[in-house]
Design a protein around this ligand. Structure first.
Ligand code: ATP
Ligand code: MG
Ligand code: MG
Length: 365
């Protein structure tokens, strides 16, 4: 078939759609909002709610294969889609990644190390969190992103003072990490697994700010991170791309933070530093095409453009040599909203050790 269906109207859907059309596919997008970043570049669109059966029927009838950028399709909706068309990656991976408790349980079962955690189903579970140690962090089990739905708990007094929390939650020990790393891993229908290079991520106000590719870690750490991502992809029977976020602890150990079975913000650097980027890899995987090695031809720094203050930098970025600008076509630059990103690329091996990251971009507006 030649129509790829993408569920979700955001920037990940937009960039996936562009990659799919590059390979000659017709792209059909399902979005509750019109216009949206993805509908603006799609060849055709179904507009409707993700949980509306008639909308999903209409969408499925227009596609040969279904993938998504929006992870929160409910179980009934997923079942309906899976009856009609191949859904890649498979619905059970979605079900795991929708729920932090299911995800952590599954990842532990695979044998991957995680930050120590407990399920917190109600206030009665709070006192025993003391055994995890402080500081700790509480996270809503569903629908959290960009650090939303998280509560930091510095000590036992703060724990005792907590009230009216949105249960169920997951509690994690705060890891005193050296670095946050991530790996984009992609698995084809035939089982071929490819990993992009391990990268290093910096967050600001809970939102990804900067990605450095490659990560400035010893080669064996970078390799371990890739091996861990590949192990998860294989164990879950992934078809498509997945982001695996990790903590590199001070003692050198790696712990998985979370997985995202879709293109991921920490993979945007691939758009300008690889011949075949994360979006094309994803499209190739879900449509059954071969995957080339995930080769990086350049070093890269990705900066997210968030909210009105970063949008004020756009004219200067456009005038900067070596900066590749990607905008998502969002009309309103609200505070904390991801509006686009900039990739600055360097010849391999040139990414400076302790460079003045901020010096690479004009100051925030
Ligand atoms: P995303 O937008 O990546 O989906 P999210 O809302 O799902 O974000 P997490 O990735 O779990 O949230 O956490 C956001 C950030 O908060 C992490 O990247 C990390 O910087 C910090 N963080 C989360 N959990 C921990 C932890 N256990 N120890 C230390 N830092 C943490
Ligand atoms: Mg997340
Ligand atoms: Mg995260």
């Amino acid at each position: 078939g030649s129509t790829i269906g993408i569920i979700g109207g955001g920037q990940l859907g937009r960039m996936s759609a562009v990659a799919a059309s590059k390979l000659g596919y017709h792209v059909h997008v399902l979005s509750p909002e019109f216009p949206s970043p993805a509908t603006e570049v799609a060849a055709s669109v179904t507009v409707g709610a993700y949980d509306d059966p008639a909308t999903l029927e209409d969408f499925a009838s227009r596609c040969d294969v279904v993938t998504f950028e929006f992870e929160n399709i409910n179980a009934e909706g997923l079942a309906l889609l899976e009856k009609r068309r191949p859904v890649r990656p498979g619905g059970d991976i979605l079900r795991i990644s929708q729920d932090r408790i299911a995800e952590k349980t599954r990842l532990s079962g695979i044998g991957v190390s995680l930050a120590p955690w407990r399920a917190v189903n109600g206030p009665e579970d709070l006192p025993e969190l003391e055994t995890l140690g402080f500081p700790l962090i509480l996270k809503t089990t569903r629908f959290g992103y960009d650090g939303k739905g998280q509560f930091r708990v510095p000590d036992v007094e703060a724990l005792a003072a907590l009230e009216d929390l949105p249960y169920p939650l997951v509690a994690e020990k705060m890891i005193d990490f050296e670095r946050e790393l991530s790996v984009m891993v992609v698995r084809a229908l035939d089982g071929t697994v490819r990993c992009f290079d391990t990268v290093e991520n910096r967050h600001r106000n809970g939102i990804l700010d900067v990605t450095l590719a490659p990560a400035r870690v010893m080669p064996d750490i970078a390799r371990q991170a890739q091996d861990m991502a590949a192990q998860i992809a294989e164990a879950l029977g992934l078809v498509g791309i997945m982001g695996v976020e990790m903590f590199h602890a001070a003692d050198g150990s790696l712990m998985v933070n979370e997985i995202a079975p879709r293109p991921h913000n920490s993979g945007h650097w691939t758009m300008d530093a690889c011949l075949v980027d994360q979006f094309e890899m994803h499209v190739r995987a879900v449509t059954g095409l071969p995957l080339p090695p995930a080769r990086r031809h350049s070093d890269a720094i990705m900066h997210n453009l968030i909210g009105p203050e970063d949008m004020a930098r756009v004219p200067a970025i456009l005038a900067t040599d070596g900066a590749s600008l990607h905008l998502y076509g969002k009309s309103e630059a609200r505070e904390g909203r991801k509006m686009g990103h900039v990739n600055t690329i360097f010849p391999r091996g040139v990414l400076p050790g302790e460079l003045a990251l901020e010096g690479l971009l004009p100051p925030r507006g």
